[in-house]
Design a protein around this ligand. Sequence first.
Ligand SMILES: Cc1cc2nc3c(=O)[nH]c(=O)nc-3n(C[C@H](O)[C@H](O)[C@H](O)COP(=O)(O)OP(=O)(O)OC[C@H]3O[C@@H](n4cnc5c(N)ncnc54)[C@H](O)[C@@H]3O)c2cc1C
Length: 268
Amino acid sequence: MIKNRFQYLAPTSVEEAANLLAASPGDTEVIGGGTWVVVEMTAGDRDPRRVIDLKNAGLRYIREEKGAVVIGARATYTDVVRSAAAAKLPALVAMAAGVTGGGQLRNRATLGGSACYGNPSSDVPGLLVGLGATLTVRSAGGTRSIAAADFFTGPLRTALQTGELLESMTIPVPAGMKQGYYKFKLAESSWPICTGTALVGADGSATVTIGAANCRPVTVTGSASDLDGLARAAEAAITSPFSDTLADGEYRKQIAGAIAKRAVKAAV
Ligand SMILES: Cc1cc2nc3c(=O)[nH]c(=O)nc-3n(C[C@H](O)[C@H](O)[C@H](O)COP(=O)(O)OP(=O)(O)OC[C@H]3O[C@@H](n4cnc5c(N)ncnc54)[C@H](O)[C@@H]3O)c2cc1C
């Protein structure tokens, strides 16, 4: 049970949500699916005076636009798995289908919420960086775009500024490139320890983004025919290894190369 009283707001547009946030950003929490923030409020780790629930703000959509897939911040993992537009991005679908927590979690948790939480050991940050996503954030003053590679600034930190909320994520469909996603986790029910998102071109060029192993996702490039070279590059790129209760950072660094190889194999 949440012990403290707060004002609950459910705006009906993203503009209204941004204006409400601007009125009192310091003591307000934004709710996507609530699978993380409500848990923390219940535990007393967050004690907002106001809560802005985005459920009616029109941000639950996935559509194809000009060679890209645009995902509203409130789209859930299940929405991704069922979306015809998202099917253009098999790495994204594989990621969403593999999130643990069961159907209840995947039906409720949003990609936007995961991005804004910025937990390094999540699936979403590495995937968004690996597919070259751009995030659109909104404040009362309008919108601005941030490349995913610049959005995740460190453990539980993002480039979102006070008074801003995430509106959507735009992922270009990588024409002519094969995509792969590979996740290593301890058990079926656990969060990722290391993830790999791979893009492989017709000429064999490969780009692999390693997530969950470093404090920020890291990207390396090479050739799909030189998997050992890619693996060495991936391990060397882990310069700020991320540790949590699931795994030590040094362990994550040591397996990053193997994960890079498996992501490329998943793609090809
Ligand atoms: C049992 C369980 C298993 C899980 N397994 C995995 C897993 O395998 N892999 C994985 O990556 N994750 C996993 N997760 C984490 C899950 O992905 C996140 O809880 C979820 O994505 C957060 O989404 P949400 O919409 O519920 O966010 P919320 O709890 O609503 O919000 C999270 C944070 O983001 C902020 N926020 C939300 N939306 C916005 C917005 N549009 N603009 C600005 N700020 C916003 C909130 O204020 C809060 O700080 C698991 C969680 C649980 C409970």
